[in-house]
Design a protein around this ligand. Sequence first.
Ligand code: NAD
Length: 459
Amino acid sequence: MTIAAPSPSVRSSARDPIFDELGFPTDPDNLYTQTVGTMINAANTINMRHRVKIILAQPKNEVMVHFPVRMDDGHHRLFKGYRVQHNNACGPYKGGIRYHHDVHLDDVKSLALLMTVKCALMRLPLGGGKGGVKCDPKSMSAGEIERVTRRFTAAIMNEIGPDYDVPAPDVNTNAQIMAWIADTYMSSVNAQSANDGLRVVTGKPIDMGGSLGREKATGQGVVDCLLEMLPGLGIVKDTSGFQGLRISIQGFGNVGSWAGRILEKKHGSKVVAVQDHTGYIVNENGFDTEALAEHVRQNGGIAGFEKAKGNTPGIGGTLVSEEEFYKTPVDVFIPAALEQMIKERQARWLNAKVMIEGANAPSTPEGDAILGERGITVIPAVLANAGGVTVSYFEWVQNKSCHYWTEETVDAELNRTMCMAARRTLVCKEKYRVDMRSAAYCASLEHLAKVYELRGIFP
Ligand code: NAD
């Protein structure tokens, strides 16, 4: 299918009357207001009923907890944690938990809303949620991280559950942390149902009920989406065109490194520029992404890899400035770090044909508008990074049925689900004549609107 050129974004800056009706802040840089703005614009495009729009504009529940944890030096520190449950009309709340010094309620609310939109777009029987603990795990020992995890789990014990709210990993959390959450939960609930408590989180280690293919799933989903979309965008003729395709990646953690590794090792693409919180490196020959991922595992970031020596041209590189990183010519740019990193300035610098969002909400509305003006196609996060929650759903199904799938089955089911959602998005792009982000939201909201029509609103 040929994809039409981008049409004007419905991510307009005009303030919808719903914001005043619900008493939203007037600060245009507020991430939650921005996220709701995108959703409301798409809701208006599909003529969604007012009652559903106001329900989706606010989370159902916002839980905030404070809890003390004994640190290694013996003193106690008070931590703040969040769990936001945005919507469960389609199924249990679902969404990651992140550990970061800069976690705020509004960010968590935005990410929870994105999960509702994402799960509905993928047609998963799940709702949207998100959580976080305000902390800097990079400065904490493994013991301190474990105690924070267990105390946080205890603090939100009554808010989560295998059929109610199912967290997963996100920034700075991983399979080990999920294992501690599951163990704390299973040790605290009724012994007769303890084993079923395994389903309280996904993204668990394979030896503890995790799914094959979950760790790489978000990166794999990004690649599946590119394989489905790039031929239609005219960037490659067919999937053989991925050989030598030039890629840049922002954030070389779980999502960025897996997307990079799969593109390089499986499809022969060239990852020529990478960035993370420690710096910017370029290598015109294309990085050996496996070696780079190993360097990040050992050193906590990409810094220092530019000096690495090896027998292949993919080892080492050149340190560059932020501007040079963005201006490196590439076919595809994959932001896979944090929110709101692509502002107006970065959007003007970016020298890419396509930006596929591995990270959630990586651009601001202003950045997005510049990308649109410059003809850079954006494949939005609600579609592009949905591989993680999709395989999380597969893990939850496997735990529920006690029947475990092969990695081939997981990959094939993931590919099928990603391709169906990509096609749904393209259909809405044609139907409503909007850009790809709006189209993905429309495809999701059409489903949510139908669910609310069928369920009605109690009483
Ligand atoms: P991660 O912790 O594994 O990696 C985060 C990366 O971001 C690291 O490489 C870090 O260096 C980089 N980073 C942090 N601050 C930065 C800064 N100021 N400048 C540049 N880089 C910076 O996290 P992850 O799981 O890969 O998540 C990355 C993004 O993908 C997040 O937006 C997350 O919400 C989203 N996401 C993750 C998953 C998943 O399954 N892990 C699923 C869907 C979406």
